[in-house]
Design a binder for this molecule. Structure first.
Ligand SMILES: NC(=O)C1=CN([C@@H]2O[C@H](COP(=O)(O)OP(=O)(O)OC[C@H]3O[C@@H](n4cnc5c(N)ncnc54)[C@H](OP(=O)(O)O)[C@@H]3O)[C@@H](O)[C@H]2O)C=CC1
Ligand SMILES: O=C(CO)COP(=O)(O)O
Ligand SMILES: [Zn+2]
Length: 352
């Protein structure tokens, strides 16, 4: 008997491009959300985008409630939940990098309201996905949360963000190559649920980004356009899968471990990019595609070595040998690498 079913949650309005911030209120209006909006932002994003959205609401006679968050924590999510309740907010708008957006995403998931994502940095694919990530104790990986009902990504704003945030977003997309390899492996070895549509979309997204690498350059607004479209596409792949599998394999486990071992040292996307070079080597050996991944990363000025991540050899080896413990996600790391194998992988690929 056929018993399969799936529920794909996607944003309804996705606006990307030059000056679309001016249309944010219009895009929100179209969704027929009710009640007062609560804007969740952080200091710089408020300056570069938040105040404009507040003003545009004001022009329509609406005064949004505003909360400025300083750090990604569960305490901040709780504060936002309390603010939403006391202000009787009908929906939330996250304006910022991953911090403000994920705090808004997790708070709205908890209180059961819609949430709109207005990214000011194209730093990773969480800006569009149904995955929320706020560090809690030792946990770093994402958990399921309702995706945004709308995304408004203004390339003028994104192109003016620090360049490293954009290269981190690109590297997060390049890491989809190894994430999909791990997913296929887990499907073959462990019968993990797998979607060929989602995997193909995720791989194609990485291919297209790498194919456009020549147009990804500091100071070029087109770079923000290319990476943001890829981040949306990667978020959709995760929504089709109903998990982060198409965009997160062993390279993400490595990065999550680094966040515990060396917190705040490097950006998420940069860590997963370097992880991807080594994980590709583990999948395909010395003559495999790891050097193509490394070259793609270096062509967009993303780090390819431990030193460029600000890490020493020991930190990389510790993260590699313990990454398999971080969550129940089968990858090429299997039951773990020993130190000799980890050193070999990191040395051959030039990471250490
Ligand atoms: N959901 C998911 O799948 C994932 C979520 N994450 C989460 O995302 C967060 C990291 O995201 P990230 O975007 O790097 O972090 P932040 O939101 O902290 O942004 C990084 C920095 O850039 C600043 N900034 C943002 N936009 C601009 C701009 N346009 N111009 C100038 N400065 C700007 C921020 O300012 P300010 O200090 O004022 O905020 C901050 O200092 C973490 O909390 C992590 O857990 C990470 C990976 C995946
Ligand atoms: O960062 C992500 C995808 O790029 C989310 O993956 P995780 O579920 O491993 O946090
Ligand atoms: Zn990621």
């Amino acid at each position: 008997m056929f018993e399969k079913s799936s529920w794909i949650r996607l944003p309804r309005n996705v606006l990307i491009g030059h000056g679309v911030l001016d249309r944010a209120v219009e895009a929100i209006d179209e969704l027929h959300l009710t009640g007062r909006p609560l804007i969740v932002t952080s200091p710089t994003p408020r300056e570069v985008a938040g105040d404009r959205v507040i003003e545009d609401f004001g022009d329509r006679g609406i005064e949004p409630a505003v909360i400025v968050v300083e750090e990604a924590s569960f305490a901040a999510v709780q504060e936002v939940i309390e603010a939403a309740r006391s202000e009787e907010a009908g929906y939330l708008i996250g304006i910022g990098g991953g911090k403000a957006i994920d705090i808004a995403k997790m708070a709205s998931d908890e209180i059961g309201t819609g949430f709109v994502s207005v990214p000011t940095a194209a730093s990773h694919d969480g800006i569009v996905s149904g995955r929320g990530s706020v560090p809690e104790g030792d946990t770093r990986h994402s958990v399921a949360a309702d995706p945004p009902v709308a995304v408004v990504a203004d390339t003028t704003v994104l192109a003016n963000a620090p360049w490293e945030l954009t290269t981190a977003g690109c590297a997060d997309i390049i890491s989809n190559y190894t994430a999909v390899k791990d997913w296929r492996l887990a499907n073959r070895l462990q019968n993990v649920e797998y979607s060929e549509y989602s995997a193909a979309l995720s791989e194609m997204t990485a291919e297209m980004l790498v194919g456009n690498a020549d147009s990804i350059k500091r100071g070029l607004e087109e770079s923000a356009w290319i990476v943001t479209k890829a981040l949306v596409s990667s978020g959709v792949a995760m929504s089709i899968a109903g998990s982060s599998r198409p965009a997160s394999g062993a390279e993400h486990l490595f990065s999550h471990q680094l966040d515990r071992i060396a917190p705040g040292r490097a950006l998420h996307g940069h860590q997963v990019g370097v992880g991807s070079i080594m994980v590709e080597y583990l999948h395909s050996g010395e003559s495999g595609r790891w050097s193509a991944i490394r070259d793609a990363l270096s062509s967009i000025e993303a780090p390819t070595t431990a030193a460029e991540l600000g890490l020493d050899e020991e930190e990389v080896l510790e993260a590699l040998t313990s990454a398999h413990e971080i969550r129940d996600r089968y990858t090429i790391l299997g039951n773990g690498m020993n130190e000799r194998a980890a050193r070999e992988a990191a040395t051959v690929t030039g990471v250490i």
